[in-house]
Design a binder for this molecule. Structure first.
Ligand code: LUZ
Ligand code: MOS
Length: 763
């Protein structure tokens, strides 16, 4: 089986929000946003815009009947700025016109006067000036202060890692259609239909049952539509209710890049202590999260950063402190990995630095410290069935690490103008929402009298393949062909209180719920089949669309069984609910058992750096990922390849540049460089360890969405390795470039690092 949307996608026939046949009287909205990053609004003049061709009306915060603030966790974010603007791109007003173009043209005519206030775009500066959300958080294990004196090597350093633009293909958009009796229906590109429903109900001041949110599929999301799809839906809903007409809002690419939050940049100070054998005795980390202007999901993201700050390493003494820093940039948000990558990255930097200090390879230290069964993470969960060392061993043996090292050393000896490097990244990623209550899935399965089946669940199809996965799960559970099954849109009227499709858990949670629903229906069908075959229910099974009694064909095919079940008055529809047991986490103490299981894998990346130009190529990716038993292997492979490419992009090319006025300079695809097909390596060796013996998701599968992202971090250290091979040979003895590491490692930064003495002003 392949992705169930493949044919529609490649023929351009799949419907996204604005492809659905528009109602005849559909109006279009465009957002007017703040041109400056921080200031007091002293005047807003919408007069000219109101007079522009095609304009129906202009709306501001004064036109909101209910709550003027939204936010899934804390409602601190104004739908429209009033009094103060906090970032460039913050929505201030909405223009509604007869076409998208006319609405956008009119929005450009709105005049705003702003008295500027100080702009902060650096999290450290925000922290120094007391611009923080909530008190500092601390995670501890053992006693780092007591451990430093036992260490033979202690090094410290700094890493600034950048944010990342989601660049979903489909920008943020929503269509709102008013209905009878004050109801409203919305088509929204969101990972979280219920979050949109709650925000819309709150700003309109109407009950949730009057708001129906429908999501057919998304053109990508990556976390960018977990919390940040709500604002646009609220605007479309406000306009639709105000005008009693359907209204659609579609952000242009550039507006989307300016207005929406991104992966959180973090600044990090680390200190690591090791014994002579390379065992890590202590690790201390101070994190400055760039939360942006409002809270959004920053607190949850920070929590995952803390939890993953020791990644795949068993460290006895740990102290991590973290501050959420308020800056004048769009509120940063969920992005594949959800803070995990920013937690893992500085420890790799610390290991890299310690390895140089000790004169060993980083992988020597990595290998001494890999987690295994019985290790208790600083947040209290103890590892069982740990598969990480297995994946590390496979990298060493299958891909012959010793030979790779020898080949690269040989290359570097004879090449002066270019250097190679490699790095390894082990990943141990916790699977579940860290907010325990979100770990619930729902599925509604209908079997119709012609034998066809429809599934609706809380899972939103965003290209990741949850629709195909749930179809495959239902097909196997019911014993029928996947061709009979259709995945319905995700709709708040079919499923209530939907958890966001996020945390790599969508197939896990909704897949289990689908099994529960199918089994409920099967119990009635089997009773009917048992009566037909003259045997007991336990002896009945359904396989290949035929009933079997005690393993022998029972002479009853699927269609007949369905009709008989219907006329015998057993239900052919069922709702399944699933909540994984035994999860808990105490936020106040930062201790608990938040994860159902872990995802494991190890990745090796090789690069070549052109030491004249600073350019580099990623030559090879070799990775071993523990997968359980994939539901649809091609989909899991796609997730691994896509995640890896996105992770490599994060640490190499994708540079978000703000100037000191808080203006995003890399706000288009010509200034924000994404890794493309030709940037990715020719050698893309992905090995799966398929192993259904460890606990995981439905049908022994394992979550695979986010973990591969973090393999990309290896690209950063592979490039650093090549740079060091060059500077050592030049014997400049200048170690400045490594005191503070900066990600992404763009070719420009590589060039500066290759010739630190040539560009001292950038040091
Ligand atoms: N979203 C969320 C997530 O709300 N909680 C999580 O723990 C999470 N983890 C990964 C990605 N999204
Ligand atoms: Mo996510 S970062 O799983 O929305």
């Amino acid at each position: 089986m392949i992705h169930c949307d493949s044919d529609l996608h490649v023929s351009g026939k799949s419907d996204f929000v604005d492809d659905v046949e528009p109602p005849a009287n559909l109006l279009h909205a465009a957002v007017f946003y703040s041109p400056v990053a921080h200031g007091k609004i002293s005047g807003l003049d919408t007069g000219q815009a109101m007079q522009a061709p095609g304009v129906i009306c202009v709306m501001t915060h004064q036109d909101i009947p209910g709550n003027r603030y939204i936010g899934a966790v804390v409602q601190d974010e104004p739908v429209f700025a009033h009094e103060e603007v906090m970032y460039q791109g913050q929505p201030v007003a909405l223009v509604i016109a007869t076409s998208k173009l006319l609405a956008r043209k009119a929005a450009a005519l709105i005049q705003i006067s702003i008295d500027p206030l100080e702009v902060i775009v650096c999290p450290r500066e925000a922290a120094a000036k007391g611009q923080t959300f909530e008190p500092k958080r601390t995670l501890t294990k053992g006693d780092v202060d007591a451990a430093w004196s036992d260490c033979d090597t202690v090094v410290s350093g700094r890493l600034n890692c950048g944010g990342q633009e989601h660049l979903y293909l489909e920008t943020q958009r929503a269509r709102a259609i008013p209905a009878e009796d004050g109801q409203i229906r919305l088509n929204v590109s969101t990972q979280s239909p219920s979050a949109v429903q709650r925000s819309v109900a709150s700003v309109l001041d109407i009950p949730l049952h009057k708001v129906e949110v429908d999501v057919k599929r998304l053109g990508g999301a990556f976390g960018g539509k977990e919390d940040q799809a709500s604002q646009w839906a609220c605007m479309a809903a406000l306009a639709a209710m105000h005008l009693r007409k359907p209204v659609q809002l579609v952000l242009s690419r550039q507006d989307d890049m300016r207005m929406t939050g991104k992966r959180h940049p973090y600044h990090q100070d680390f200190k690591i202590g090791l014994d002579k054998r390379g065992r890590i005795l202590a690790y201390q980390l101070e994190l400055y999260q760039d939360s942006g202007a409002f809270l959004d999901l920053s607190a949850a993201v920070l929590e995952r950063t803390l939890m993953h700050s020791t990644n795949a390493y068993a460290i006895p003494n740990v102290l991590v402190e973290a501050t959420m820093c308020r800056t004048n940039t769009p509120p940063n948000t969920a992005f594949r990995g959800f803070g995990g990558p920013q937690g893992m990255f500085p420890l790799e930097a610390a290991i890299y630095k310690a390895a140089r200090h000790m004169g060993v390879e980083p992988d020597f230290i990595q290998e001494q410290n890999l987690v295994n069964d019985g290790y208790t993470f600083p947040y209290g969960q103890t590892l069982k069935n740990c598969q990480l060392p297995r994946t590390w061993e496979s990298i060493k043996e299958k891909f012959d690490l010793a030979a790779v090292r020898k080949r690269i050393d040989g290359y570097n000896k004879v090449h002066r103008g270019s250097k190679q490097g490699y790095a390894i990244m082990p990943v141990c990623f916790g699977i579940s929402f860290i907010q325990t209550f979100l770990n619930q899935g729902s599925s509604l399965v209908h079997i119709y009298t012609d034998g066809s089946v429809s599934i609706a669940s809380g899972g939103v199809e965003m290209g990741q393949g949850v629709s195909s996965n749930l179809i495959a799960i239902a097909a196997r559970t019911l014993g029928i062909s996947d061709k009979r099954i259709r995945y319905n849109s995700t709709n708040t009227s079919r499923i209530a209180n939907i958890s966001p499709s996020a945390a790599s858990s969508t197939t896990d949670l909704n897949g289990h719920a689908t099994i529960v629903a199918c089994e409920k229906i099967l119990s009635g069908m089997k009773a009917v089949a048992a009566k037909f075959c003259g045997t007991s229910i336990e002896d009945i099974s359904i396989k290949d669309e035929q009933v079997y009694a005690q393993g022998k064909p029972g002479g009853l095919a699927w269609n007949d069984l369905v009709s008989r079940t219907y006329t015998s008055r057993y239900p052919l529809m069922a709702h399944g609910y699933y909540a994984p047991p035994e999860l808990h986490f105490d936020t106040a103490r930062q201790k608990g058992n938040p994860y159902k299981y872990y995802s494991y894998g190890t990745c090796l990346i090789e690069v070549t750096v052109d030491c004249l130009l600073g350019r580099y190529t990623v030559d090879a990716v070799k990775l071993v990922h523990h997968l359980g038993r994939p539901i649809i292997p091609a989909i899991d492979r796609g997730q691994v390849e896509g995640g890896l490419a996105q992770g490599i992009g994060w640490v190499t090319l994708e540079d978000l540049v703000y100037d000191r006025h808080g203006q995003l300079l890399s706000d288009s695809l010509s200034t924000y460089k994404l890794p493309n097909g030709s940037f990715l390596p020719d050698q893309f060796n992905i090995e799966f360890i398929e192993d259904a013996s460890t606990p995981g998701g439905p049908l022994k599968s394992k979550a695979v969405g986010e973990p591969p992202f973090m393999y990309g971090i290896a690209a950063f250290f592979a490039i650093q390795k090549a740079i060091d091979a060059f500077t050592e040979q030049q014997s400049t003895g200048n170690d400045k470039s490594r005191n503070e590491m900066v990600s992404p490692m763009t070719p420009e930064r590589v060039l500066l690092a290759l010739y630190p003495d040539a560009y001292p002003e950038f040091g």
